[in-house]
Design a protein around this ligand. Structure first.
Ligand code: R5P
Length: 290
């Protein structure tokens, strides 16, 4: 098996290779002055099972195109089969036409992934099961929640309370609570206006006084969802507020705004490589690839 860490997943790709006991493949790439990507396979891969590792957080479109070029190249170089670990699978939130005329992005992405010869996909905490429906190839969805929970276990928390900021995060929060053996798990009611993007969460009375609150979500993008939940927890006198998420996109000044809302610390995974990605999903992914 050859593991090829792509430009967006150098750290995770190498960790997966280490977990599998293989040398990471030294892919070459650069960006041309006009923004186009160049990819080169400097060593033979003919007849091998090739696993590409390329996440697709922002710059999403560039990362996706690089994944497609990697797959195209692997096929042309004679790989026996090509699979892709796409830890953050972009465009999955547009999994239906919410308004008349909406383009269902997941369908286009699924078709493109298949068109470049990717025969199998492993991803992490994909936004929804429905978004996987357009894929006609095997696709495995790994949860990062047990790994995040194991990290949380090491934090100085006496009576943690797990909080899902919306119904979509309920199963993630429940998995964290179950792994930690915590019984207090609350799901908030969030509403996002599809036109303005304005987010509101319910303000029902929850007793959080003196509690260590862990807000669990799959994605933190603009941070608006987390800020709303954290402000609510701060108002209710929570002792500390941690954020545990799989994909910390942290767009713009999200990180600063989240900190200002009273969050003690953001804990995320290496599906998106940045300063908050302190938990690795490499062991979970490697166990699927073995
Ligand atoms: C939405 O359903 C997701 O689970 C996240 O809650 C959402 O993507 C977070 O986005 P933002 O950080 O922009 O509020």
């Amino acid at each position: 098996m050859i593991v090829v860490p792509g430009p967006a997943s150098q750290r995770l790709g190498r960790s997966i290779a280490v977990e599998l006991g293989v040398e990471p493949y030294p892919l070459e790439w650069r960006i041309f002055p006009d923004g186009e990507s160049y990819i080169r396979y400097p060593r033979p891969i003919e007849g091998e099972s090739v696993v590409l590792v390329q996440s697709c957080p922002p710059p999403t479109d560039r990362n996706l195109i690089q994944l497609f070029l990697m797959a195209e190249g692997a096929r042309k170089m004679g790989a026996d089969n090509v699979s892709a670990v796409i830890p953050y699978l972009a465009y999955m939130r547009q999994d239906k036409a919410f308004r008349v005329g909406d383009v269902v992005s997941v369908e286009a992405v699924a078709r493109l992934v298949q068109a470049v010869g990717i025969e199998e996909v492993v991803t992490v905490d994909v936004h929804s099961q429905e978004s996987l429906a357009p894929f006609k190839i095997p696709i495995k969805n790994v949860s990062a929640m047990p790994a995040l929970a194991e990290y949380l276990r090491m934090l100085p928390m006496k009576r943690p309370l797990i909080l899902a900021p919306d119904k979509g995060a309920k199963h993630h929060a429940e998995l964290v609570a179950e792994t930690l053996g915590v019984t207090d798990c609350i799901v908030l009611d969030k509403h996002r206006d599809r036109v303005t993007g304005q987010v509101d969460i319910d303000e029902r009375t929850i007793d959080l006084a003196g509690r260590e609150v862990v807000v669990v979500d799959d994605i933190v993008s603009t941070g608006v969802t987390i800020v709303k939940a954290a402000e609510m927890a701060s108002k209710r006198m929570a002792k500390s507020i941690y954020v545990a998420c799989t994909h910390a996109l942290l767009m713009g000044d999200a990180k600063e705004r989240i900190k200002q809302s009273g969050v003690t610390s953001i804990i995320s995974t290496d599906t998106v490589e940045n300063e908050t990605s302190i938990v690795s999903v490499a062991p979970a992914i490697a166990s699927i690839l073995r």
